[in-house]
Design a protein around this ligand. Structure first.
Ligand code: XIL
Length: 327
């Protein structure tokens, strides 16, 4: 038994988790991470991003990304990369893919870009070539939209307009025709302006024949605030003919935690999982690290934390039971 085994028994492809290289010296952590009954898929949280893989133009370093890819391979787990141009994902057990595609989680993303890209002043032709060289990988376009559904005015949009999305997707498809290509974003989980913008982008890309396999809903939620209409919105994405994946699930609370907050968190995890379970086109769920010990939340949202299904002592929380109940 375990979360991945349960997800598979319900027809899903995987239940997985993010992880990071600095965590891999923690043996008890790695033992749970490597339990392929719990986790059938890993996402490198940082080590396949642009700043990690191409810190200087044309200078590629894959060592840290390879470490996680090799661990996944050894454990028989899928790898989900996020390249960083906006947001795309690829699912594969192929380590070779990283080198050919170039980065895992994130190909073109406005964040964690080396300054040689963000402050380059490259013209459109040069930036196109830079993207083509870089995007040999998975979550291809990361976070292209602002919350109101307008485009982020990052270096890609400012130089190339919306065409950077198809440039990145096409480069990734050429690099590995078998990789699944995703666009990934947050605040598109429930209905609203940003979700509508993403659905319109997907329709437009598909009508132009741009390669796109799926959409990633990040699902960085707050306890008690899972968006209403989550399941209907997952269905609306699936109805566009793309896979849907829950790519970065965590549900944070204001610290210190209380029994009431932890009980609500259990319900919220169940709500999210059951929404994915109910929609055939929702193929898998990834938590953004499985334990509060290594969650990104406290470093990013001041005073908040305890967002994961295992606590900081690597013990399962009530949230774990919520996941089980959701499937
Ligand atoms: C986060 C990592 O977890 C942190 O370690 C890093 O400092 C910042 O990035 N959306 C994404 C992920 O697509 O790549 C982000 O990961 C979390 C938000």
């Amino acid at each position: 038994s375990g979360l991945h085994a349960l997800a598979k028994s319900k027809g899903k492809l995987y239940f997985g988790t993010a992880t990071d290289n600095s965590e891999l010296s923690d043996q008890p952590y790695v033992a749970i991470l490597s339990n392929s009954q719990e986790f059938g898929q890993l996402t490198p949280a940082n080590s396949m991003k642009w700043d990690a893989t191409e810190p200087s133009r044309g200078q590629f370093t894959f060592a840290n990304g390879d470490t996680i890819a090799n661990l996944a391979k050894k454990n028989g787990q899928l790898l989900r990369g996020e390249i960083e141009i906006g947001f795309f994902v690829i699912l594969s057990t192929s380590v070779r893919l990283i080198h050919r595609l170039h980065v895992g989680h994130n190909c073109v993303w406005y964040n964690q870009l080396p300054s040689w890209v963000s402050n380059s002043g490259f013209n459109a032709a040069t930036l196109t070539s830079v993207i083509q060289t870089h995007c040999n990988s998975w979550d291809v376009v990361n976070e292209p939209f602002n919350d109101d559904g307008t485009w982020r005015t990052d270096v890609f949009y400012n130089t190339l307009g919306t065409s950077y999305v198809s440039i990145a997707l096409q480069a990734a498809r050429t690099a590995d025709p078998n990789a699944k290509l995703y666009i990934n974003d947050y605040n598109i989980e429930g209905p609203g302006a940003k979700s509508t913008a993403m659905q319109n982008l997907i329709k437009s890309l598909k009508s132009q024949g741009v390669p796109l396999d799926g959409v990633g809903l990040q699902c960085h939620f707050i306890v008690g605030e899972v968006p209403s209409g989550l399941q209907q919105n997952i269905q609306a994405f699936a109805n566009l003919g793309v896979e849907v994946a829950i790519t970065e699930l965590d549900i944070r609370m204001t610290l210190p935690s209380t029994p009431a907050l932890l009980a609500q968190q259990q319900k919220d995890y169940q709500t999210v999982i059951s929404a994915c379970e109910a929609v055939e086109g929702c193929v898998g769920v990834t938590v953004w690290d499985y334990t509060d010990k290594y969650s990104w939340v406290p470093n990013t949202f001041s005073g908040q934390g305890d967002a994961c299904p295992w606590d900081a002592n690597l013990q399962k929380k009530a949230a774990y039971n919520g996941i089980v109940a959701g499937f």
